[in-house]
Design a protein around this ligand. Structure first.
Ligand SMILES: NC(=O)C1=CN([C@@H]2O[C@H](COP(=O)(O)OP(=O)(O)OC[C@H]3O[C@@H](n4cnc5c(N)ncnc54)[C@H](OP(=O)(O)O)[C@@H]3O)[C@@H](O)[C@H]2O)C=CC1
Ligand SMILES: CC(=O)[C@@H](O)[C@H](O)COP(=O)(O)O
Ligand SMILES: [Mn+2]
Length: 409
């Protein structure tokens, strides 16, 4: 089998480092051409660059000394590895990830967090690369823009639920599909009431019961905003109406989602919780790589539970369905307001249940005509980014009003 060239965006994060593990475990299958990161850990990025011998290293930091710092880190990592002649191209600044995303690699894995991933997603699609998409936010905020930019099959989902659905769809024809069932772990606060959620801490929110992930997606799992985003993601990826997408709580995170067909049959995709499988499929689609992860162990007793979601304690999914149906800039507003609220929660400026309450108020303000809005097919990237910026400001104002007392001193 021929080797695929790969560009890894967000290479130092949870998805990025696991992608490197998958690539290392399959020598000869992939050649990593470029890495991009935010620049919080230049030493790690440089070690990855030297290890993978990439041609390009992109860092989104801006500043007079950034290039020198990246080159210094690369020199240091190369010396440590006994390689003095290694000199990749270094790209810096806010557009760095977008630049390497457009380098025409066979596969671009977008593992950046947040709506900042929109331009890189569009650059990868414009360059004709297969987009292995972990950065769900770019699809959600870009909506019709991203869909229009993608050729059929050009986006391969890496999010575990959507990878599961894509795998299940290989077992039945699209026109035979009745509905999608998206599983949710329920997060660390499953079973708590809204009142009990008032005093939970950031540390508790980051203790996900089944997955080890980055800070934002882990917090979103706790609020169920992640599941709200994933419902919109499923609608956009598979063109299924919101009425035909159901969320079910499955605390074990072994069934990663399901597809129900018209005859009453349901196909599920199951594996112990690891992102290695969806990452490997994202890189090698439509082929499967061998021995990516341990399969389910059927030799000992185990239980899979499926429970309804408590929408009163966790209103984020219903709110996401509303913004998803509204379309236009509403999903971008939901996402951007949430990104602001997640930061505020971790900085002790907002209580946990106020995250989704503030997002809902910002969405209501948007529905009332605030923030630039352009529903429908004519949406532009500039309009999305303007709505994103407006939602961040609106959320900040609301956060300042929502937290007169500091919940986490
Ligand atoms: N982790 C998981 O298991 C899963 C994650 N996802 C999705 O995948 C995406 C990544 O999540 P995760 O890996 O957990 O997040 P992390 O926070 O662990 O990693 C994010 C990565 O993106 C980099 N980054 C941040 N800003 C930029 C930028 N402007 N340009 C280039 N790189 C940047 C970060 O670098 P730095 O630290 O230097 O800023 C880091 O390498 C999210 O959209 C998430 O929802 C989906 C399913 C599962
Ligand atoms: C692994 C993955 O895909 C995450 O997005 C996961 O879905 C988080 O788990 P929950 O949101 O179901 O808690
Ligand atoms: Mn997911």
């Amino acid at each position: 089998m021929t080797s695929r060239s790969v560009t890894l965006l967000g290479s130092t994060g949870s998805i990025g480092t696991q992608a490197v593990e998958v690539i290392d475990a399959h020598p000869g299958r992939f050649e990593v051409r470029a890495l991009a990161a935010g620049g919080r850990d230049l030493a790690q990025l440089a070690r990855q660059a030297v290890h993978l011998q990439v041609e390009q290293v992109a860092v989104s930091l801006q500043g007079a000394d950034v290039r020198d710092r990246v080159e210094e880190a690369l020199d240091h990592a190369a010396r440590e590895a006994g390689l003095t002649a290694y000199r990749p191209e270094v790209i810096t600044g806010p557009d760095a990830a977008t630049t390497v995303a457009g380098n025409g690699a066979d596969v671009v894995l977008n593992g950046v967090t947040g709506s900042i991933g929109l331009r890189p997603t569009l650059a990868a699609l414009a360059a004709g690369s297969t987009l292995a998409l972990a950065n769900k936010e770019s699809l959600i905020v870009g909506g019709p823009i991203v869909r229009a930019a993608a050729a059929p099959g050009q986006i391969v989902p890496v999010d575990s639920e959507h990878s599961a659905i894509a795998q299940c769809l290989r077992g039945g024809r699209r026109e035979e599909l009745r509905r999608l069932v998206v599983t949710a772990s329920g997060g660390p606060f499953r079973g708590l009431t809204r009142e009990q959620l008032r005093d939970v801490t950031p540390e508790q929110a980051l203790a996900h019961p089944t997955w080890d992930m980055g800070r934002v997606v882990t917090t979103n799992s706790a609020t169920l905003v992640n599941k709200g985003l994933e419902v919109i993601e499923a609608h956009l990826l598979f063109d299924v109406p919101f009425d035909d997408i159901e969320v079910v709580v499955h605390p074990q995170s072994v069934v990663h989602s399901m597809v129900e067909f018209v005859d009453g049959s349901t196909l599920v995709q199951a594996s112990p919780p690891t992102m290695h499988i969806p990452i490997a499929l994202g890189l090698s689609w439509p082929d499967r790589l061998a021995d990516v992860a341990a399969p389910c162990d059927w030799s000992s007793a185990s239980t899979w539970e499926f429970l309804p979601l408590d929408h009163e304690a966790f209103p984020a999914v219903r709110l996401a369905e509303r913004v998803g149906r509204a379309g236009g800039t509403f999903p971008a507003v939901y996402n951007a307001a949430n990104e602001e609220c997640v930061d505020a929660f971790h900085e002790g400026r907002l209580r946990f249940p106020d995250i989704v309450d503030v997002v809902a108020r910002v969405v209501d303000d948007h529905a009332g005509g605030n923030g630039s809005d352009a529903p429908g097919v004519d949406l532009s990237v500039d309009q999305v980014l303007a709505a994103d910026a407006w939602a961040r400001r609106a959320a900040s104002d609301r956060i300042a009003g929502a937290a007169p007392d500091r919940p986490h001193p």
